[in-house]
Every structure is written in structure tokens, then in C-alpha cells.
Design a protein around this ligand. Structure first.
Ligand code: SF4
Ligand code: FES
Length: 248
């Protein structure tokens, strides 16, 4: 496959960026999108040009590092996959592909296609944990019965990998799908009840402090989420917040 890539290049956080064109050949449909980027960088290296910086780690859809806006969509045209799991067979010979970093005020560009997503870490630090006693023997798994539906829903919420695609997909750059997933994974379980009031208040406060926008129910986040995190989490977070405001 021969392709034309239009890629955002930006020297550092303080420089102005611009789109630059690159021609690439010999791309196989079975390559992943990041392997295609590796080929591009090898070509650039061979020519003595600076390679394109992009984020990645596991390349297995687990870590949430890869974060490319491909033809205007976070993680590209496929559904329920991360950029590292996207295959080049989704594109055609002769295609022009635009590749940009995730765009949001709270995700400033560091270099080329890499953005700073530590805002998500600070939201997590504000309350995305439970306090448990880790000394002594492991607690018997059956000592706290949990409804199967609640356990399943908590598990689905916990599948969020913190990639930021929900923010990049949202016209308001809202982080409510991410934050609500991190709240829901505990809100549904008895172990999460001890800090429930503080958790939702602190995490929502931090989300607002970071400069993310508000949710206006467009649902773009759910469509682009590689882990299928449901909008129901946002409704649950709103209920938790209301309940915490009354209790608090
Ligand atoms: S909710 Fe989905 S899109 Fe948002 S950070 Fe989590 S996995 Fe990524
Ligand atoms: S590199 Fe880890 S999810 Fe893509």
C-alpha cells in the first residue's frame, strides 16, 4: 500500500505546530497503525530527519498510552480498538491519512503527537482508590457476598484504560466518561462505600480544576471508547454526586 500521511509536527510545548506531508510505500494490511508509524520513522531516520514522536507502551490495548487522532477520530475508524490494535487493512491503497494528537485544553501537546495526560492521574489521585488493610491474611473472597450484576458492572467500568479518547471525541473536551468509570468501579461494590461521599466530590472537583468541559449528552465518548465504557456510568456518577451533596 502507498499512503500519504498528513502529520502534526510540533517541536515542543511552546512552539507552534503544523501539518506536514509524508509519502510512505510498502505498507502491509496486516501491520498495525503503530508499525506503519515505525516504518515511517525508520525512513526518516535513514534520511537523517527527525522521527515523529508518538506515545505507546504495551501495543496490546491495555496501557492506554497510544493516543492518535486519525482522520478526525480518536483511535481511528475501527470500533472498540486502541490505535495500537488498529490494522492498516482498514485503509486503502492511495489513501491520505491525517494524524494529529488528541486535542483538549487539559491535554497540552508536549511534542508532535504526544500530549500530557497527567490530568487523568490527578483525578485518580483525588479519590480513585479504596483504603484496605493489607496486613495479615487475604480476606476470603466469599466473606462479602456481591450481587453478580453489580460485580459485572463494576468490572466493565474498571475496564477503562485512561486513554483519553472520550475527551478527544467530545466537543466540550469533557472527562466525564473517564471520571465516572473510575467512580463506578467502586460505587457498585461494598468495599467502595467507606470513601464514597469524599470520592465523588473530590474527583469531580479535580476534573473541573483541570479544565475539562461539561457533558452535554452527545454520546461521542461512548462511540469512540475502545473499551466500550457505557454512558450509564455518567448517570451513576451524577446520582452519586447528588447523594453525596445531600449527605455531605
Ligand atoms: S472511558 Fe474509554 S475512552 Fe475514556 S479514558 Fe476510559 S477507556 Fe479511554
Ligand atoms: S500502546 Fe498500550 S494501549 Fe496502545
Amino acid at each position: 500500500m502507498k499512503l500519504t500521511l498528513k502529520i502534526w509536527r510540533q517541536k515542543d510545548a511552546n512552539s507552534k505546530g503544523k501539518m506536514m506531508d509524508y509519502a510512505i510505500d510498502g505498507i502491509d494490511g496486516d501491520m498495525s497503525f503503530l508499525e506503519m508509524m515505525d516504518v515511517l520513522n525508520e525512513n526518516l531516520n535513514n534520511k537523517g530527519e527527525e522521527p515523529v514522536e508518538f506515545d505507546h507502551d504495551c501495543r496490546e490495548g491495555i496501557c492506554g498510552s497510544c493516543s492518535l487522532q486519525i482522520n478526525g477520530e480518536p483511535h481511528g475508524p475501527d470500533r472498540l480498538v486502541t490505535t495500537c490494535q488498529l490494522h492498516m487493512r482498514k485503509f486503502n491503497d492511495g489513501d491520505t491519512i491525517t494524524i494529529e494528537p488528541f486535542r483538549a485544553k487539559a491535554f497540552p501537546v508536549i511534542k508532535d503527537l504526544i500530549v500530557d495526560r497527567t490530568a487523568f492521574d490527578r483525578i485518580q489521585q483525588a479519590g480513585g482508590y479504596i483504603s484496605v488493610n493489607t496486613s495479615g491474611n487475604t480476606q476470603d473472597a466469599n466473606s462479602i457476598p456481591i450481587d453478580k450484576h453489580d460485580a459485572d458492572d463494576a468490572f466493565y467500568s474498571a475496564a477503562c484504560i485512561g486513554c483519553g479518547a472520550c475527551v478527544a471525541a467530545c466537543k466540550n473536551a469533557s472527562a466525564m466518561l473517564f471520571t465516572s468509570a473510575k467512580i463506578s468501579q467502586y460505587a457498585l461494590l461494598p468495599q467502595g462505600q467507606v470513601e464514597a461521599v469524599d470520592r465523588v466530590q473530590n474527583m469531580v472537583r479535580q476534573m473541573d480544576l483541570e479544565g475539562f468541559g461539561n457533558c452535554t449528552n452527545t454520546g461521542a465518548c461512548e462511540i469512540e471508547c475502545p473499551k466500550g465504557i457505557s454512558l450509564e456510568n455518567i448517570a451513576r456518577m451524577n446520582r452519586e454526586y447528588l447523594s453525596a451533596s445531600v449527605k455531605g
